[in-house]
Design a protein around this ligand. Structure first.
Ligand code: HEM
Length: 482
């Protein structure tokens, strides 16, 4: 490594770098390296020079460091290329076009409300459909793995396209299947292989010997998203903006809008931003909810406490509204604690140094990948006493108020922090209270300690399936729409 670069493990091998030192859990290995080399350590992931940031202060500072704003180019060109050669969309885009599309998407999601369709109503509808499906199981043991996927996807479909689909609609079922395939593929060794050796991957897929499922799934998701965009372009009415897609089309027609909305670039950006919302906003929310069920099933007292809190706020004949959250400190605290321990995006999304630079006294050469290791902060004993313990009461002060911890950072920190945080928080609250209000969740006692749960790669479906066993739902009550 160059002089002044953060210390880290020695002996990187050609092509795989320190891959051979990571064992079967990257999360555990990083924890060990932090103990050996300190809060910031360096290593080679494949042939990419990388630094891993493991403490709150460095993650926060890096989030605002102007030389660390870009995403790495390893999936470059996957979703098409803009006229300046850049990446479209938000997740993997960079520079001016990233900031324009991000600002637009943030604003549109924040002010969301098209016609009579408010965001909360869309989510309520999904919660209600899901509860009916679970009720139809009549308390029989069932696996909750994947149960939330379609509801969350359906909500996103409504927000982006304005169409409300039923749970068994073939389109939404297909998107769900494709995302499952792409999640499984991106958790596999072959995915790593394809990223390390892109040319070989291209050759294999051209000859039909092997193709990266992640890529084919994402391509098909792209095609599915194209259809409603085409329909919206044909029926667009500037006086009646129906949804996210319409709002983007309006921006494309506005001569004063940013350059990334103009011409073919504008069309490609709409396509990829829509896909990005699906890609970033589906399994993150549904996996968090799945972990929520796992924790609730293992802590029946907490379940009862939340049921009582819901009853106290609503009088027991409806589910709470999003604005009633402030009167439900224990529910808020429990969701906060679930997000801390579920650790859904443990290493966040990587960024890249755009030039040779200095960070906290270290020299960081251009092209270095930066991974904010959020999981280390979420479990840091400096910030959480007995961090392995599932304990929502740690966020409740003496006067019974919910006090969120600044160190619970599942959405990341800085200028590229999660764009869908507001939506995710509403979804988590609505699905969570809807479920607890309807069902008593029981499951086999979790033999895994919270620390072990934390170490399982949360979006690796095989591991989660292994951890979840079966959860039994007992019908408590069903009223009105809910
Ligand atoms: C529990 C749910 C969620 C979690 C834990 C989560 C977490 C994250 C994290 C850690 C990042 C990377 C931040 C960084 O690079 O600093 C991210 C980025 C992003 N998230 Fe989320 N997310 C969630 C839900 C959502 C939802 C619902 C949406 C949208 C519908 C969304 C859209 C995005 C997008 C577009 C980015 C890229 C932002 C950028 O590069 O500027 N996420 N998310």
């Amino acid at each position: 490594q160059p002089k002044g670069f953060p210390n880290g493990p020695s002996f990187a091998l050609p092509f795989i770098g320190h891959g051979y030192r990571l064992g079967n859990s990257i999360i555990k290995s990083y924890h060990r390296f932090r103990g050996e080399y300190g809060d910031i350590f360096g290593l080679f992931l494949g042939s990419s020079r990388t630094i891993i940031l493991n403490d709150f202060d460095s993650i926060q500072e890096s989030g605002f460091h102007e030389d660390f704003m870009d995403r790495p180019k390893f999936l470059a060109g996957l979703k098409g290329t803009l006229s300046d050669g850049g990446e479209p969309g938000v997740i993997f885009s960079n520079g001016k076009q990233w900031s324009e599309q991000r600002r637009f998407a943030l604003r549109t999601l924040r002010d969301f409300g098209f016609g009579k369709q408010k965001m909360e109503e869309i989510i309520d509808d999904q919660v209600s459909q899901l509860c009916s499906i679970l009720e139809s199981k009549q308390g029989q043991p069932m696996s909750v793995f994947g149960v939330f996927n379609v509801s969350v996807l359906n909500g996103l479909w409504s927000i982006t396209t304005g169409q409300s689909l039923s749970q068994d609609d073939p389109k939404i079922q297909r998107i769900n299947q494709l995302f499952n395939e792409s999640d499984e593929s991106s958790a596999s060794l072959m995915f790593l292989f394809a990223i390390l050796f892109p040319n070989l991957e291209k050759l294999l897929s051209k000859t039909g010997l092997w193709s990266m499922k992640f890529k084919t799934a994402m391509e098909e998701i792209g095609k599915v998203c194209k259809q409603p965009i085409r329909e919206h372009e044909e029926t667009f009415d500037p006086n009646n903006l129906r949804d996210f897609i319409d709002t983007h089309i309006q921006e494309q027609q506005n001569p004063e809008s940013g350059i990334s909305f103009h011409g073919q670039d504008g069309k490609l950006n709409l396509q990829v931003v829509t896909e990005d919302l699906f890609a970033a906003g589906s399994s993150t929310v549904s996996m968090t909810l799945t972990w929520a069920v796992l924790f609730l099933a293992n802590y029946p007292d907490i379940q009862t406490k939340i049921q009582n809190e819901i009853k106290a706020v609503t009088g027991g004949n409806r589910v709470p509204t999003n604005s009633e959250r402030q009167n439900m400190p224990f529910t808020e605290a429990t969701i906060h604690e679930i997000q801390r321990l579920a650790n859904i995006v443990p290493n966040s999304v990587p960024r890249e140094a755009t030039k040779d630079t200095y960070f906290r006294g270290y020299f960081i050469p251009k092209g270095t990948q930066i991974f904010p290791n959020l999981g280390e902060v979420l479990m840091d004993p400096k910030h959480f006493s007995n961090p392995s313990k599932f304990d929502p009461s740690r966020y409740i002060n003496e006067s019974g108020k919910f006090v969120p911890s600044p160190y619970v950072i599942p959405f990341g920190l800085g200028k590229r922090r999660c764009l869908g945080e507001t939506l995710a928080r509403v979804e988590l609250f609505k699905f969570f209270t809807g479920l607890v209000d309807h069902f008593k969740m029981k499951g086999p006692v979790m033999h895994l300690s919270a620390r072990n749960v934390h170490y399982i790669h949360p979006i690796d479906p095989f591991h989660l399936k292994f951890a979840l066993y079966r959860i039994q739902t007992d019908n408590l009550k069903a009223f009105g729409k809910f």
